[in-house]
Design a binder for this molecule. Structure first.
Ligand code: NAD
Ligand code: UGA
Length: 423
């Protein structure tokens, strides 16, 4: 059992703190936001993540997890300090390291000799050296341990990861961090710090490129009279391609793919290398958003001015409350920009600051008087919506299901019109 401090209690930090505590380490979570810490002390979660609250309460009751607003006491007797602070996109597309640097500076004089600072935040290659320079302490080790969890399944991803990557200067220090995950059964690799940092960006960028390709192929399928889902099944059976991450959608988004792809392009640029595939994936993603808006606009007669569009789903994917860089918002902005009024329902989002967007309380309300109903997030509950309830209240019966959640045949039988890209 090791003493661990987790700095930053957002999606990654809180999941990491709870996960490490459930592996029976002694964990303290710290955040600069005292309200967040107060809420966590009261068992209130600042985020929605399935199963996380239950695991957190269990770990607290078991004595393995606590939260603190006092940085000095949190880190002063910790063997490991996990940094889980944001690395948002800077104006030029690169990763903004200021939160990591600030967190490092604020802890550097309180760390016990021999402590290991573990970077979970997604950071550009070379960041470990920058952290070492900021710490300016030869008695502290810096290790990169990139996080691969997905929002919406973070708890399960923590306990059943595809792999754990630890990047360290020496095998001995890397192994000490890897030993924290002894109870987790998965492939584990110890690499250099630079390799670990790049594995994270390369993974996210590869997945984003894959999704852009999927969305482009899905559009082609529709125009060519093929069934995109059959095509995805067919290519996914090739084990070199794999059958995961092949669901077409309105474009990919979230707090990481957009910023991490741009950051990788920026890193490559710093090293004098172009990454045309990343640029193409980003461009393809914009086109995916535009295709959805075009489809809706063409369905309702070629102009969105004066129309009302009902939208189901605001978050960037199902099972999360996160709207950061949501493709749903990107599409809604386009609809509003072209003159539509949008009424949107999401199971977890109850307000969103966007002029022209009215967040409503039910799918029925979103559909009422709508010229088209547009599904942008794949919430399970949307599968069970009844066309008999929603179609009669709509002004026109156009339905655009970008996530393939509806039983299309049932909806068509009930009178829905699914406009095609050809229209
Ligand atoms: P988040 O915004 O949800 O949480 C970050 C937390 O850090 C916030 O609670 C904030 O108050 C706190 N914080 C900021 N500065 C601090 C400081 N100096 N000291 C202590 N706390 C501080 O962010 P997140 O989504 O958890 O992402 C964190 C990092 O993990 C990013 O680098 C991100 O790219 C990476 N990542 C995120 C995910 C994900 O699914 N969200 C997955 C893998 C990796
Ligand atoms: C992604 C990665 O999957 C994680 O491994 C990584 O740790 C994380 O980014 C990160 O670095 O933050 P996440 O953004 O939570 O996780 O969600 P994903 O499930 O990857 O979805 C990203 C976007 O792609 C969403 O908009 C989702 O709807 C879309 N998507 C995903 C599809 O359109 N089709 C798919 O088949 C899968």
């Amino acid at each position: 059992m090791s003493k661990i401090a987790v700095i930053g209690t957002g999606y990654v930090g809180l999941t990491t703190a709870v996960g490490l505590a459930s592996l029976k380490h002694e964990v303290t979570g710290f955040d600069v936001d005292p309200i967040k810490i107060q809420h966590l002390k009261e068992d209130k979660l600042p985020i929605y993540e399935p199963g996380l609250r239950e695991k957190m309460v269990e770990a607290k009751v078991g004595g393995n997890l606590q939260f603190s607003s006092d940085l000095e006491t949190t880190v002063s007797d910790a063997d490991f300090i996990f940094t889980c602070v944001p690395t948002p996109q800077d104006e030029d597309g690169s990763a903004d390291l200021s939160y990591v640097v600030a967190a490092t500076q604020s802890m550097k004089n309180h760390l016990p000799s021999g402590a290991i600072v573990v970077t979970k935040s997604t950071v550009p290659v070379g960041s470990a050296q920058r952290i070492e320079l900021t710490l300016d302490r030869e008695d502290i080790h810096v290790v990169s341990n990139p996080e691969f969890l997905r929002e919406g399944s973070a708890v399960s991803d923590f306990h059943n990861p595809d792999r754990i990557v630890v990047g360290a200067k020496s095998m001995e220090i890397g192994q000490r961090v890897m030993d924290l995950y002894q109870k987790i059964n998965c492939p584990k690799i110890i690499t250099s710090q630079a390799s670990a940092e790049l594995i994270k960006y390369a993974s996210n960028s590869f997945l984003a490129i894959k999704l852009s390709f999927v969305n482009d192929i899905a559009a082609l399928c529709e125009l060519a009279g093929a069934d995109a889902m059959q095509v995805m099944e067919g290519i996914g059976l090739d084990s070199r391609i794999g059958n995961k991450f092949l669901n077409p959608g309105p474009g990919w988004g979230g707090s990481c793919f957009p910023k991490d792809t741009r950051a990788l392009a920026s890193i490559a640029n710093d090293f004098g290398i172009q990454m045309p595939l990343i640029e193409a994936a980003l461009e393809s993603n914009e086109k995916a958003h535009k295709r959805v808006a075009d489809r809706v606009m063409n369905a309702v007669g070629g102009s969105l001015v004066g129309t009302t569009i009902g939208v189901l789903g605001i978050t960037f994917k199902a099972e999360t409350d996160d709207t950061r860089e949501s493709p749903a918002i990107a599409v809604i902005e386009r609809l509003i920009g072209r003159g539509a009024k949008v009424k949107a329902f999401d199971p977890l989002v109850k307000s969103y600051p966007l002029v022209g967007l009215d967040v409503v309380d039910s799918a029925l309300e979103a559909a009422t008087n709508a010229d088209a109903l547009l599904i942008l997030t794949e919430w399970n509950e949307f599968q069970n919506l009844s066309p008999k309830d929603l179609l009669p209240v709509m002004r026109k019966k156009f339905v655009v299901d970008t996530r393939n959640v509806l039983d299309k045949d049932l909806w068509i039988t009930s009178g829905a019109i699914f406009p095609s890209l050809k229209d």
